[in-house]
Design a protein around this ligand. Structure first.
Ligand SMILES: [Zn+2]
Length: 154
């Protein structure tokens, strides 16, 4: 997967539709992301929409929707970082930086090297955000938030 993480965000962000469950504005998410994230037992009918939106509201169980079709976080193969409280799992799904690993590094070194490492890997074309990250885009925004949250209590 050599697609550029950033172009997906920039070119598709204008078009927004509200989440049928919580009413928040969703963001377009690539079809490839929905297909890659859905568990094998998710009904084919739920995966046949032409385009999906992503709901990032932490308190809403819906991750992807297309009209009345809704995929909840329990329909996905991976834990969804932006849907959980007290989350310890991955925020960078390509290179497996977790909230726990980021916090541990900050506790031992006083800072996080995750952003620098991820940026290098992205430049080298080794990321696969579209099929590994449930948001379907580059993880750096979520990683930055995780680092800030880990730094805050120190
Ligand atoms: Zn929602």
């Amino acid at each position: 997967m050599s697609s550029d993480c950033y172009s997906v965000v920039e070119t598709r962000q204008k078009d927004t539709v509200l989440c049928p469950r919580c009413g928040e504005k969703g963001k377009p998410v690539p079809l490839a992301t929905v297909g890659a994230m859905a568990k094998t037992e998710v009904e084919a009918a739920k995966l046949s929409a032409a385009e999906y939106k992503l709901c990032r509201n932490r308190d809403c169980p819906v991750v992807y929707y297309a009209g009345e079709v809704q995929l909840e976080k329990s329909d996905l193969r991976v834990p969804v970082n932006f849907k959980e409280r007290n989350y310890e799992g991955p925020v960078c799904y390509c290179f497996n930086h977790t909230v726990a690993s980021i916090r541990a590094e900050i506790q031992t070194k006083g800072h996080s090297t995750a952003q620098g490492i991820i940026t290098q890997e992205v430049k080298a074309g080794r990321c696969a955000c579209e099929v590994k990250n449930p948001a379907g885009t580059c993880c750096l925004g979520d990683v930055t938030r995780a680092i800030q949250a880990a730094m805050a209590p120190l």
